[in-house]
Design a protein around this ligand. Structure first.
Ligand SMILES: Nc1nc2c(c(=O)[nH]1)N[C@H]1C(S)=C(S)[C@@H](COP(=O)(O)OP(=O)(O)OC[C@H]3O[C@@H](n4cnc5c(N)ncnc54)[C@H](O)[C@@H]3O)O[C@H]1N2
Ligand code: MOO
Length: 391
């Protein structure tokens, strides 16, 4: 059985970036830029009024004659004289002959004349061309993760497509005769199926939205068939059926489909029977069916592979240090992942930790990793944890 760090090393060495693709900006959330972005235009690209008021030529003036109006979207020119102004609104193009905008609260309007109550400084309330970005500036480096701010920023240049690493196409296969859809009447001996919706949510919340879900009963031929279909993806995740029982057909079906085993079983709890393999460029993770094992193996291993595939150069797990509030044991001689809460750097571990339970995952915000060689950790000792359920 291999260690957690060996398993992670093997996953890293067998995962590679997907090809790059021109993707519509609106579909690119969560993707990573494959090239730097240069500003195609300056922002703003013309002088804009920052306020509602009057545009004029700055000087020692107390009264102005209003000779026209510029609203947002207009591109009007006026031969403004020194004592003349145009009514102007926020976002409107400032006429070339004007240099300053006085806000309407600082004038007294009367017919076509306005009296200045408080003279602004020259250039006040005028956004300069390129004050945000000049055309040709390097605005985003390759490797940037596209989030909502980046999408808005790129759209403000008129950009509609970005060159990114392709999003992984993912198939999720859920195995088990005992599994019933939530919402149906629960038959004796059955349980509600929860791994599919949980893993799908974990994927989609991270921008991995190309997810196909397939379900299969515990039957060798059906499992072989569904795996053959699932292999037409970049990443195949399988839940359950990977242990050693008479009705666990996943290992045999993967082999029958020519998937090469890279490792099977990790010295950890939960998630010992994790299986990882590859066929051509498709990566396969067979996650143990116990819900907590499935989610832990997803967060620690499958997600690392997905990050690499999608061009994320920051694919290392984001473990942080916390201080244990109480004594904790590791009786197993394995790396143990424990659910708990972290507040201001202090960690409390929950009592209920079985791989069949999700209660501690649902209530926790920290996945604490206790190394295999540590048997007792005293209160006050430092531990590593992965923040979970934080947004
Ligand atoms: N003799 C041994 N038995 C087991 C071993 C072992 O080493 N020797 N390992 C145990 C460990 S550790 C784990 S983890 C499980 C993994 O089993 P499988 O991956 O084959 O998963 P299943 O048997 O299909 O299911 C396990 C458990 O989880 C429930 N389950 C499965 N899928 C779902 C789902 N989609 N939603 C909710 N719950 C699910 C299932 O009903 C079982 O209770 O094997 C141990 N056995
Ligand atoms: O390795 Mo299993 O996930 O502990 O029950």
């Amino acid at each position: 059985m291999i260690s957690v760090s060996k398993a992670l090393d093997l996953i890293k060495s067998h995962s590679s970036q997907l090809p790059t693709v021109k993707m519509p900006l609106r579909d690119s959330y969560g993707c990573f830029l494959a090239e730097e972005v240069l500003a195609p235009i300056s922002l703003p690209s013309f002088r804009q009024s920052a306020m509602d008021g009057y545009a004029f030529r700055s000087g020692e003036i107390s009264e102005l004659e209003v000779v026209g109006e510029c609203k947002a979207g207009d591109a009007l020119e006026f031969e403004l004289l020194e004592n003349q102004a145009v009514r102007i609104f926020t976002g409107a193009r400032v006429p070339d002959r004007a240099d300053t905008v006085i806000i309407q609260e600082h004038v007294e309007a009367g017919g076509s004349k306005i009296s200045i109550l408080q003279l602004p400084e020259k250039y006040a309330n005028v956004r300069k061309v390129g004050e945000q970005v000049q055309a040709g500036d390097h605005v985003l480096p390759a490797g940037t993760k596209i989030n909502e701010s980046i999408i808005g920023f790129l759209a403000s240049f008129g950009i509609t497509e970005v060159l990114v690493f392709n999003k992984p196409k993912i198939t999720l296969i859920v195995t088990g005769n005992e599994l019933q859809e939530p919402g149906s009447h629960l038959k004796p001996g059955c349980i509600y199926e929860s791994n599919a919706i949980m893993l799908e949510s974990a994927l989609k919340s991270r921008g991995f939205d190309s997810v196909r879900l397939l379900k299969v009963e515990d039957d060798l031929e059906s499992t072989k068939k569904v795996i053959a279909t699932g292999l037409e993806s970049d990443l195949l995740l399988i839940s359950g059926g990977i242990s050693v029982g008479d009705y666990d057909f996943v290992n045999e079906s993967l082999q029958a489909n020519g998937v090469r085993e890279i490792f099977y079983k990790v010295n950890q709890k939960p998630g010992k029977p994790l299986w990882f393999g590859k066929k051509e460029s498709t990566l396969v993770f067979a996650l143990p069916g116990n819900p907590s094992s499935s989610l832990t193996c997803f967060l620690i291993y499958a997600l690392s592979a997905l990050k690499i595939m999608s061009g994320n150069t920051n694919f290392n797990l984001d473990f942080q240090s916390g201080i244990l509030k109480h004594r904790t044991f590791n009786k197993f001689g394995k790396t143990v992942f424990l659910l708990g809460t972290e507040k201001n750097g202090e960690i409390e571990i929950f009592e209920k930790q079985a791989s069949s339970m999700l209660i501690s995952y649902a209530l926790g915000n920290a996945l604490v990793m206790i190394p295999e060689q540590l048997e007792i950790l005293e209160a006050g000792e430092s531990v590593q944890f992965l923040p979970i359920n934080r947004n």
